[in-house]
Design a protein around this ligand. Structure first.
Ligand code: MRU
Length: 368
């Protein structure tokens, strides 16, 4: 997608052929800074500090982290150490484990002298596959948007509500929830996005709004609690969110607050879709109750960071000193509240049979 008219991905192999470039998402929307990752520790820090974030991008970064590790130490011990370091970075998005298991599966049987090259090759496949998958999600989601547009008066806008950032910044390119939105916009459909700010880290206000703006997609940032009101007044045609892990039964784990949007959508008859790449399906867990929910630091809730009128980036405390704070980063939306799962292989019912029929190879590898 575009930044100031220039095409970017969120992560890439640098021209030196070994180091990794990534957009530092902690600095957006106020500063556009590119970070260079040169070893496994830096890749792991990039994930845990949320320099990069979003389930598919976490997986891609971990894959590159493994490749960087293989340059330093391609022994069995080095491979195990890199896996352990990277898997410990964040607990909820299953794409991390998917990418690392895939890397280890390719590398383990190889002679150590060939592991670094093979690691870069597999990391490149993961990156390219993410883009292809998201283009598939774009096509399948576009059909839903076009069906809604066809029921409206000619020239009327389709209003989409989204939560958190499931845009191209959360993936390698295109995004998951935003992929159909970008495609619809590029095809000339009138589309407008309600962007949930997504406290506490404000991924909606800081990242989704930023990327939609750079691509020229009309959007409006709203406080997190606004969605229900908009739905009651017919101002949302559909909600589309991303996900960090989908359980075998179709339960959806996503950024905290998603569940409340799904409840509001259900109560108001607004279609609630979840866009997901197949690596986000976890056939190893039967339902969403088994997803580990990350609890993050209190400072994310107790403070806000922003730009002052004279251009300084400042962090201020918004909670009384001494008030305890809880910071659950994700919640689970039960499958019964999900209208459909937008995948690269079509729009599926949020249920085991549909997921298993569409992705038999994922089911088979989970059973191994
Ligand atoms: O904590 P984050 O920013 O890594 O949150 C993950 C997400 O980006 C969202 O939950 C997103 O909707 C799913 S990833 C496409």
């Amino acid at each position: 997608m575009k930044v100031d008219g220039r095409h970017y991905r969120s992560i890439w192999l640098e021209e030196d052929g070994w180091s990794v470039g990534a957009i530092d998402q902690r600095r957006l929307p106020h500063e556009f800074v590119v970070a260079r990752l040169t070893n496994c520790t830096e890749a792991a820090d990039a994930i845990s500090s949320m320099l990069v974030r979003g389930a598919p991008l976490i997986g891609a970064t971990a894959a590159f982290g493994m490749a960087l590790a293989m340059r330093e130490d391609a022994s069995d011990a080095g491979l195990d150490r890199a896996y352990k370091t990277l898997i410990a970075t964040r607990p909820t998005a299953i794409n991390l484990k998917w990418a690392l298991d895939g890397m280890r599966g390719v590398l383990r049987p190889l002679n150590s002298s060939t592991r670094a090259d093979a690691a870069y090759a597999r990391a490149d496949e993961i990156v390219e596959e993410d883009v292809t998958i998201n283009q598939g999600i774009a096509q399948n989601g576009l059909a839903l948007i076009e069906a809604i547009a066809a029921r409206k008066k000619p020239g009327e806008t389709v209003n989409v509500l989204t939560h958190c950032n499931a845009g191209w910044l959360a993936t390698v390119d295109w995004g998951t929830a935003t992929a159909p939105i970008y495609l619809a916009h590029d095809r000339g459909h009138k589309i407008h996005v309600w962007v949930d700010e997504t406290r506490p880290r404000n991924q909606g206000a800081s990242l989704t709004a930023w990327e939609l703006g750079h691509h020229g997609v009309p959007h409006t940032v709203i406080a997190d609690n606004t969605g229900g009101h908009l739905m009651q007044h017919g101002m949302v045609d559909l909600a589309v969110v991303g996900t960090d892990r989908v359980a075998a039964n179709g339960d959806v784990c996503n950024k905290i607050g998603t569940y409340l949007k799904a409840l509001a959508a259900f109560d108001n008859g607004v279609p609630f879709y979840v866009a997901l790449p197949s690596p986000t399906i976890d056939f190893n867990i039967g339902d969403g109750k088994q997803v580990p929910i990350e609890q993050r630091g209190a400072e994310e809730v107790a403070t806000m960071t922003g730009r002052t009128a004279d251009g300084r980036i400042e962090t201020v405390r918004i909670v009384p000193d001494g008030s305890p704070v809880a910071n659950y980063a994700f919640d689970v939306t039960p499958a019964r509240l999900v209208t459909g799962l937008i995948t690269e292989r079509g729009v599926l019912k949020a249920e085991r049979a549909a997921l298993a029929a569409a992705f038999p190879e994922r089911l088979a590898s989970a059973a191994e």
